[in-house]
Design a protein around this ligand. Structure first.
Ligand code: DSN
Length: 424
């Protein structure tokens, strides 16, 4: 068969878009060549349902070694004792946790989606909202920080079986110790979904959730800079509190329930090519160079948040501890949708995002979310941040002026086109 130019031309077009533009979506990043190579390898041909050493197919000797390497490298990265690297994505990881821990109708206390939470933390349009009974904590209107008093008040009133912390759009660190003290008062298990700040936690730049939160999930493609995927992790394995027993009559460990919840509970064959790419990314993240990269990501984000504040933009909570920030555009008379669309015209990519206490719908929103993981991978340092904020401001202040948007686009291409997609 001849080469499928329809698809490969589109891939080339997308590569050009990625090279020329400024990528500020907080959940995106660029992977190294070796991560890409592992993903595009012959491992995609192999079926390997089960776990290393316990498969339902022959010929798994090699992929067993691949998957074991991924697990060992991840254990080293976060100083943990157990991991499952098979979830196809963060949502699948969180689905497996609910399958292991909850019965339909059980209560979950999660972070409100409109305050920065994630769909899988209890949103009514997601499995987590459809299968379970959900309650939400949010941020304080005054400070923009998570309101732990509200979390405690709801937890003690409702006695949820699962408390979920972690966010898609929250720029501050989490007080995992406080969350544990709340969970212990009502007998809840805690799931920390660290999908966004995982790399910063691995590099020791943010609080470590693993001693306080019973179960931790993350995606592997955001700050972790790996292939698209998810993992589930435990530092301390424990007997499930519901007394679920093995066939031999002993109480099953949480690791065993989680393994079963991934396969056969919710997934079929693991994506061994993606697991190989995860292993490569975990090894990269175990390096000093990665720690330097993570520090640069935070330095860039803090510099950017300040530059926006200096231009009169309203950043939720006033700044950032991590790679991201949420900008409330209401004081500028803009919606998130208008801002996202105008910025795309200039090849600057962000996503519209609800802000706490938003009055617009999720399709319009009052804010945009910005993250610095991807531009930092391309080699952007603090010295170029003011220029990027200037470009964004020019777009937002001239959103209906096509000439100005085209002028900004030329400046964006001049800044980015000669930078590689991936640098250390
Ligand atoms: N991964 C989420 C994000 O963009 O933060 C969306 O599911």
């Amino acid at each position: 068969m001849s080469r499928d130019t329809a698809i490969f031309d589109l891939i080339a077009e997308e590569k050009k878009r990625q090279l020329e533009g400024i990528e500020l979506i907080a959940s995106e990043n660029f992977v190294s060549d070796q991560v890409m190579e592992a993903m595009g390898s012959v491992l995609t041909n192999k079926y390997a349902e089960g776990l290393p050493g316990k498969r339902y197919y022959g010929g798994c000797e090699v992929v067993d070694k691949v998957e074991n390497l991924a697990i060992e490298r991840l254990k080293k990265l976060f100083n943990i004792t157990w991991a499952n690297v098979q979830p196809h994505a963060g949502s699948q990881a969180n689905y497996a946790v609910t399958l292991a821990c909850l019965e339909p109708g059980d209560k979950i206390l999660g972070f409100d989606l409109s305050h920065g939470g994630h769909l899988t933390h209890g949103s009514p349009v997601n499995f987590s909202g459809k299968r379970f009974t959900n309650f939400f904590y949010g941020v304080s209107k005054e400070t923009g920080y998570v309101d732990y008093d509200q979390m405690e008040e709801i937890a003690l009133r409702e006695n949820p079986k699962l408390i979920i912390c972690g966010a898609s759009a929250y720029s501050r660190d989490w007080d995992y110790e406080r969350i544990r003290s709340i969970a212990d008062q009502c007998g809840a298990i805690i799931l920390a979904d660290i999908s966004h700040p995982a790399g910063l936690i691995a590099a020791g730049l943010l609080n470590d959730p693993f001693d306080h939160c019973h179960i931790v999930t993350t995606t592997t493609h955001k700050t972790l800079r790996g292939p698209r995927g998810g993992v589930i992790m435990l530092r301390h394995d424990f007997e499930n509190p519901w007394g679920i027993k093995t066939k031999k009559g002993t109480v099953r460990k949480m690791s065993s329930l989680l393994d079963s919840a991934v396969f056969p509970g919710s997934q079929g064959g693991p994506l061994e090519h993606v697991i190989a790419a995860k292993a490569v990314a975990f090894e990269e993240a175990n390096s000093e160079a990665y720690k330097t990269y993570m520090k640069q990501v935070v330095a860039n984000a803090q510099k950017m948040a300040q530059a926006f504040v200096d231009k009169g933009y309203d950043i939720i909570s006033g700044g950032t501890d991590n790679h991201s920030m949420l900008i409330d555009l209401r004081s500028k008379g803009l919606t998130g949708k208008d801002a996202e669309n105008a910025l795309v015209e200039a090849d600057i990519t962000v996503n519209k995002n609800m802000v706490p206490f938003d009055t617009e719908s999720p399709f319009v929103t009052s804010g945009i979310r910005i993250g610095t993981a991807a531009i930092t991978t391309r080699g952007i340092k603090e010295g170029q941040i003011d220029q990027i904020v200037d470009l964004i401001d020019r777009v937002l202040m001239n959103k209906d002026n096509t000439d100005e948007l085209n002028a900004v686009k030329s400046d964006v291409h001049a800044l980015m086109s000669n930078l590689p997609l991936f640098t250390w």
